[in-house]
Unconditional design. Sequence first.
Length: 516
Amino acid sequence: MSGQLYACVWAAEFPAQALLRLRTDWQTEAVVVLDGHAPEEWVCSLNRLAARMGAVPGMTRLEAESAGRLRLLKRRAESETAAKAVLLECAAKFSPRIEEVCEEARDGATGRMGTSAGVSCAFVLDITGTERLFGPPERLAERLRDELATAGFRASIAVSANYDAARLKAADTRGIVVIPESADAEALKKLPIAALGLDEEYAGTFALWGIGTLGELAALPEAELVARMDPQARRWRALARGAAEHTFQPMEPKFSLEELCEFETPVEQIDSLLFVGARMIDCLVTRAEGRALALTSIKAEMRLEGGGAHLSVIRPAVASADKKFLLKLLQLEIGSHPPPASVVALTLRAEAGAQSKVQLGLFAPQMPESSRLDVTLARLRAMVGEERVGSPVLEDTHRPGGSRMGGFIAGEETGAEIEDCSRIALRRVRPPRLVRVALHGMKPAAFRDEENSYEVAEAYGPWRTSGCWWTLHTCDDAWNSEEWDVLAAMKDGRSVACLLTRDCTRNAWKLEAFYD
């Protein structure tokens, strides 16, 4: 093929596919999706098992209930939006130029959207020049279909040099069709005239003329057709011949990792919640790996029965794409902080980052897996509490030793050698020792603790500090103190450098640290 080349991905019965792609336990059942408000609900989408049992789009809820063993689901706009984003990401792996084509058939008698042919979702990809990456169009279409099937979608694909020919053929076929160059009219001639989506008035006119297929429409003389109808007929004839012109308008989608599942009945058991969560994590990891990324965090937002909400967050120490490991972390987090009520909807939002790569030395000992560290930390948090597990973080205060416990995040391996340089280390005394100080004027001359006595050779200070000065009237730790750096000698002749502090409010001296 030469010139332009387009591939249309057509996902029929999209509302049903959006609800079933994450619920593998429902995929073996006959399912219909209801739209509208009670008592005028009607079937807008269904799967193949429901069609075999006699269900058709447009039937009422009462007719669906009497048709047999059908599972009735409510149409969810949020689920369709999330599923459409996933479908678009799958298509974007084969071409960055994508145009969305969403069409819903309208029933002339009822005016309902989607009653005659169901609700579909379609994207057209500009695959011009992709032969060197993915092979011939047949091979690209097969790989695209497999990618969509992995994500939980069932779609038909048509490839053509004409945009509208690919769109019309994909909507009518089941499977993969590649239209040869200059054979668009032949490929479209057997399609019904309803494929053009004409208004009832024009469709009735063609029915009176005996025009039922696109081939019969394409055979009509253009001048006489336009004279008897209106200028729109020229485009209808061009569509039927596969010669209509189209200005491609590519989308600019935003990459986001989000999965949503709404439950028909509130979920009370954590195991049932994690059964769906496992499939959602699997989809998130697959989408991240498609961009050579891993997951750095996952937020599980649960909408509760009665209107409440519950949030659980997992942050692995190292970005991971291990599905079982991430599911284990989610299980431990929800187990230690369970939702206070039944869950009616679960949303997983993930943040992606670069995959962790650690280069090990040939003779270096093997390090433990990062996943074991995360699972161990999660179990410790469940036993001793969140505030007692993590990494120490310094607080923005002048108070000595002011710190809190933050989340543990492993540092990245840079491979750079650490420079060997001498530095002064401050070794804190925990808890500080109370000492008795002898003063010479205003400076310490000697001090003694419970075990040793020290003679001060040099003393530098005082440095007066105060912590929480901006909240002295409310802060329980309000204090004023002074610090002294002293060089002292012990009885055995050893010299030590240490830090002495004096609480000015109580005139109490403490040995805070040694300088090494």
